[in-house]
Design a protein around this ligand. Structure first.
Ligand code: 8YV
Length: 329
């Protein structure tokens, strides 16, 4: 029987499915550090990860490893050059999380614009004595201009929701999307700088790559309206968190909604000190149904990539389909 690692605590029924095909080493404890993960991968044919860093050194130390299935759409935790060089397949879990993640982008954007958590903290602190005409004045969502940076599947799901709020939609992306999609979303393609200048609410939904590192820093924040909000449901590192904390502190933008952070789960303390930012612990895809769908899709990929099950040899979501796969050992 082939051996696999399930690197994280996981829905038990998904692990049961995997046990039908594989000898499973399941880490039900804390997140594995680099050394422990290297050791646990060393004798495995496949692995199911969720955001765990998989490096060139780990692949080199695991000669049997043929596939790593990530329970996430983003796979910046994988060194893809090393995967390609070592002939190891990587898979991800696109699509099943689009709608839940887009819902959450709206939740954060609206909470930031309408100061929901700031007001709640104040209420819980017992400071609510009287109604006030100017208490927690925020910015409108309806009728405003939405700026979506990253018009992939989640960006499109996010933009689709703007119609009900009568918003104008601007977007920026590496390349323009098809005219039919632009027309269906009533979305206008603009340069990043123009989007930042014009949008009332900017939402980031682009993948993390080296080129996107600090795509939003002090220069970009300075282009935004002082009344604007910034929401990040993409990846930590796309925003320069120190520059954002500074912009929030000096009210160069009105508010932010952040689900992802540089160096998470550690946060830049300067962000924690700001009242005008809504902070959540990387939960944009976290609904019961969506996380189950992601886990099952990661398992589907692993099972098929290791040549067993109903779709043997045809994993649904290969990230690097060009690799021919390592020979079996
Ligand atoms: C994951 C995510 O839950 O899919 C992604 O890219 O960011 C989340 O949905 C998280 O990355 C853990 O793998």
């Amino acid at each position: 029987m082939q051996k696999i690692l399930v690197a994280r605590p996981m829905f038990a029924e998904v692990v049961e499915r995997l046990k039908q095909y594989f000898e499973v080493d399941w880490n039900t404890g804390d997140v594995l550090g680099a050394e422990a993960l290297t050791q646990r991968l060393a004798d495995k044919d496949g692995a199911l990860t969720a955001g765990d860093t998989v490096s060139a050194a780990m692949l080199a130390a695991a000669p049997r490893l043929r596939v790593v299935a990530n329970m996430a759409v983003g796979y910046n935790n994988f060194d893809m050059d090393a995967f390609n060089a070592a002939n190891v397949l990587a898979t991800n879990t696109p699509d099943v999380l689009n709608e839940s993640t887009a819902d959450f982008g709206w939740a954060l954007m609206m909470a930031a614009a309408r100061r929901v958590t700031e007001a709640e903290h104040w209420l819980r602190a017992g400071q609510w004595q009287k109604w006030s005409y100017d208490g927690f004045l925020g910015a409108d969502i309806h009728g405003s201009t939405l700026g979506v940076i990253g018009m992939g599947r989640i960006g499109q799901a996010l933009a689709r929701r703007a119609r009900g709020f009568n918003m104008q939609v601007l977007y920026h992306n590496r390349s323009r999307v098809a005219p039919e999609i632009e027309a269906a979303l009533d979305a206008q393609y603009v340069a990043k700088e123009e989007l930042l200048r014009r949008a009332d609410h900017v939402v980031l939904v682009l993948p993390y790559t080296q080129e996107n590192h600090h795509a939003i820093g002090a220069t970009e924040l300075a282009l935004m309206k002082p009344s604007a909000t910034l929401t990040n449901i993409a990846r930590g590192g796309i925003v320069d968190d120190a520059a954002l904390a500074d912009a929030l502190q000096h009210k160069r933008i009105a508010a932010a909604g952040l689900d992802v952070f540089e160096g998470e789960p550690q946060l830049n303390p300067a962000l924690l000190a700001q009242a005008n930012v809504v902070l959540t612990p990387h939960i944009a895809s976290a609904t019961e149904a969506t996380r189950r769908a992601m886990a099952n899709l990661a398992a589907d990929n692993l099972i098929a990539a290791l040549g067993v099950g109903p779709n043997a040899g045809h994993p649904p979501n290969p990230v690097n389909p060009q690799v021919s796969g390592r020979p079996r050992r």
